[in-house]
Design a protein around this ligand. Structure first.
Ligand SMILES: Cc1ncc(COP(=O)(O)O)c(C=O)c1O
Length: 340
């Protein structure tokens, strides 16, 4: 696959901003090059390529640091993908609905038409409906969310591989919830598929939503374009350190993930016993899509009691999306649901 032919011409020609830290990346010396203030302890610009953090991520994920790109949340990664590959008001992207809303918002900001193919009743990809689009030249990017938000299920591995093999464009597999899933990651497959970008985030399993750091894993060629497009210092030094500190205590992260999975089982068992619950969809994530007798009523009643869940009735009839909380939070939710 010719990746360069998928990249926008203006991005290929772009001379990226050369920051002071690009030109001299050593850490020792008298720094009079970046118009920084000599006083204070947050006075210096951070590493634009987050080398120390990427080294640690590489170790934990067992991949090469050269295959990692970091964004100000996955939301920045989505935007960088659109800006790298899709010519505004000309190229198109595709995804499978219902899914994460930022693919649509990102497409609209960048003036890209996003085709949304409905998932089947079991929330898997409808390959028959997708097939005619695979050949169309204006489609540059396909976003696959697995496990999918808001449905919670992981997408069939064979379907994702089929798309990777049959689409002459970029395939993004958004694995924001992969750490809660029994299905393996596509991370290792970036070596096999030159058109694959795997996205992950520190906002969910790592408990750092406030910090805004998202990851993209892909080959060095695609990464070289992303590094041209991103703002020079897109991850603050404070945020790089917050992630590093978390990664230095990975046992704690793993224990928290295990507790969330225990709590997920607790919620599912309890929900099964509530009469107004009509269906609990299988989940590979830290949330559960639940069909209620009346989704709007459930949502409003819970909000009145200061328990906030997500009303997805407009997306999947009568459904609400419940994030798995801690033990006390989950117990409160179940108590209130039983009273409704
Ligand atoms: C599928 C999916 N991807 C990405 C994100 C956002 O990740 P970040 O916080 O890294 O921007 C979310 C947040 O809800 C999500 O559901």
């Amino acid at each position: 696959m010719n990746i360069a032919s998928l990249v926008r011409e203006n991005i290929k020609k772009l001379s990226p901003y050369s920051s002071a830290r690009d030109e001299y990346s050593g850490s020792e010396g008298v720094f009079l090059d970046a118009n920084e203030n000599p006083f204070g302890n947050l006075n210096r610009y951070p590493d634009p390529y987050q080398k120390e953090l990427k080294k640690k991520i590489a170790e934990i994920k067992n991949i090469d640091a050269k295959n990692i790109f970091l964004g100000n949340g996955s939301d920045e990664v989505i935007d960088v993908i659109y800006r790298t590959f899709c010519n505004p008001s000309e190229d198109k992207a595709l995804t499978f609905s219902p899914t994460y809303g930022m693919y649509k918002v990102g497409s609209e900001i960048n003036d890209i038409e996003l085709t949304e193919i409905p998932l089947k009743d079991n929330f898997q990809i409808d390959l028959d409906k997708l097939n005619p689009f695979l050949e169309e030249v204006f489609y540059k990017v396909i976003f696959i969310c697995s496990p999918n938000n808001p449905t919670g299920n992981a997408i069939d591995v064979r379907d994702i591989e089929f798309i990777l093999e049959n689409f002459n464009g970029i395939v993004v597999v958004d694995e924001a919830y992969i750490d809660f899933s029994s299905q393996g990651s596509f991370l290792k497959k970036i070596e096999e598929y030159p058109n694959l970008i795997v996205m992950q985030t520190f906002s969910k399993a790592y408990g750092l939503a406030n910090v805004r750091v998202g990851m993209a894993f892909t080959n060095e060629e695609i990464l070289s374009y992303f590094n041209k497009v991103k703002p020079p210092y897109n991850i603050s030094g404070i945020n790089q350190k917050a992630v590093l500190d978390k990664l230095n205590d990975i046992e704690k992260v793993n224990a928290e993930i295990a507790e969330i999975l225990t709590q997920r089982d607790f919620l599912i068992n309890e929900l099964k016993q509530i009469q107004k619950v009509k269906h609990i969809y299988p989940t590979d994530a830290n949330f559960i899509l639940v069909e209620m007798e009346d989704g709007n009523y459930t949502y409003n009643e819970l909000v009145n009691h200061k328990i906030i869940i997500r009303n997805r009735s407009g997306v999947v009839k009568n459904c609400v999306r419940i994030t798995v909380g801690n033990k006390e939070e989950n117990q409160k939710l179940i108590e209130k649901l039983k009273e409704l």
